[in-house]
Structure formats: C-alpha cells, structure tokens
Design a protein around this ligand. Structure first.
Ligand code: AMP
Length: 214
C-alpha cells in the first residue's frame, strides 16, 4: 500500500503514520525526520536545510526530492510506504507522480487529516518529546500520568526548535499557501479521502481504517 498523509503541521500525521506502520508493516517516510537526521549527522544536505527549517520555511524542492528518492529505493519500501510531510507543494506532487510512474508504483490513496486551526495551534505550541522514550506528548492534551511517567523515567520534555510561536505561524502560513492546493489536485485525480482528525489518536486511526476500505 502506498499512501500520502496530507495535513497541516500538528494535524497528527506522525502519530497516524506510526499506527499505520504497526498495522500494515510498511515504513513511515517523513521528510521532516529525514531532514532532521541529515542535520544531526552534519551532512551537506542537512546544513543546507538548516536555515529554512529553523525559520519554518520549506526546504528547496530538489534537496527534498533527492532525499526522498534515496529513501524510497531502500528495501523496506518495496512493498509500500506512508509518506508523511511529502509532498508539500505542487512541484513536489508532480515530482512524486513522475518518480512513482518510473517505477510503476502509483499511489493508492491520499488521506487528508482535516482539523480546526485553533486546535492545531495548541497542538503545536504544547508538543513535547520525551528525551528517554521518544514518545510525543502534549502539555495541553496528554493525560497527566503520561507526562509524570516521562519525568519519573528521568526524561525531559523537549520542545522542538521549530515549535515556537513565530515559526509555528509561518509553518501554518506555508501550509495554507503551498500545501493546501494539493487537496484539489488529489481530489481531481480521485485519490483524496478526507478524514476527520479531531478527537483521540485512536478515534482518528479507526476513521483512517474505514477510509482505506473503500
Ligand atoms: P515536519 O517535521 O514535517 O513538520 O518538517 C519540519 C521542517 O522540515 C519543515 O518546516 C520544513 O522546513 C522541512 N520540510 C519537511 N518536509 C519538507 C518538504 N516535503 N519540503 C520542504 N521542506 C520540508
């Protein structure tokens, strides 16, 4: 199964991608994660991407395409993948279509995680990652016992550098202007399935399973 998860930053793409990984045995391919890994390793593409990432702007298309191409050629992606955070503009959507055409592996579905903008802001400003388990938590929404468990395990709740107010506003703006047009694009080629992304991760996951059935 080859799926694109489309949605604003904070709509739950990462969480739902992980649930799909567990259920379908195909990898999550997140360009944000791949870029952060490049940055951490100090590679040339990582260093090139840093300023744009820190500012909440999109990284150059050709750099992202190169990274995604390399990732999709890996063995574990042979039977499918869940794209999380790619494509993010029309050029990337065209590049992806061309790439998949070359290997004769078209997309099966594009799932739009549909969510209210006010909830999104809270999700993004409250998002923290436990430094011990890597679990993503939210100071506004996670159960207190989960937050306490992270602290008790000796973890720190780490705030992502690009989850500050100014960068969040810019990332939401970038989404509205550059990524939202992809909704119409995928609707026009009959791949789009809209999923209500409000509620718990489990509820959204159940809706995704239903959406993948038709
Ligand atoms: P994310 O973790 O998906 O929110 O991505 C974090 C940052 O990485 C974004 O704000 C962009 O700067 C960069 N990024 C991730 N995916 C892409 C993409 N497909 N195209 C361009 N930039 C990206």
């Amino acid at each position: 199964m080859r799926i694109v998860l489309l949605g604003a930053p904070g709509s739950g793409k990462g969480t739902q991608a992980q649930k799909l990984v567990a259920g379908h045995g195909i990898p999550q391919v997140s360009t944000g994660d791949l870029l952060r890994a490049e940055l951490k390793s100090g590679s040339a593409p990582g260093l090139r991407a840093k300023a744009d990432m820190d500012a909440g702007r999109l990284v150059a298309d050709e750099l992202v395409l190169e990274i995604i191409k390399r990732r999709l050629e890996m063995d574990d992606a042979r039977n499918g993948f869940i794209l999380d955070g790619f494509p993010r503009n029309c050029t990337q959507a065209q590049d992806l279509a061309q790439l998949l055409r070359q290997i004769d592996k078209p997309l099966d579905a594009v799932l739009l995680l549909d969510i209210d903008m006010d909830i999104l802001r809270k999700r993004l400003t409250g998002r923290r990652t436990c430094s011990v388990t890597g679990k993503v938590l939210n100071i506004h929404f996670s159960p207190q016992q989960d937050l306490d468990a992270s602290i008790a395990a000796g973890g720190e709740l780490v705030h992502r550098a690009d989850d500050n107010d100014e960068t969040i506003a810019r990332r939401l703006n970038v989404y509205q202007e550059q990524t939202r047009p992809l909704i119409e694009f995928y609707k026009s080629i009959d791949l789009l399935r809209v999923v209500d992304a409000m509620g718990t991760a489990e509820e959204v996951s159940e809706r995704i399973q239903q959406a993948l059935k038709y």
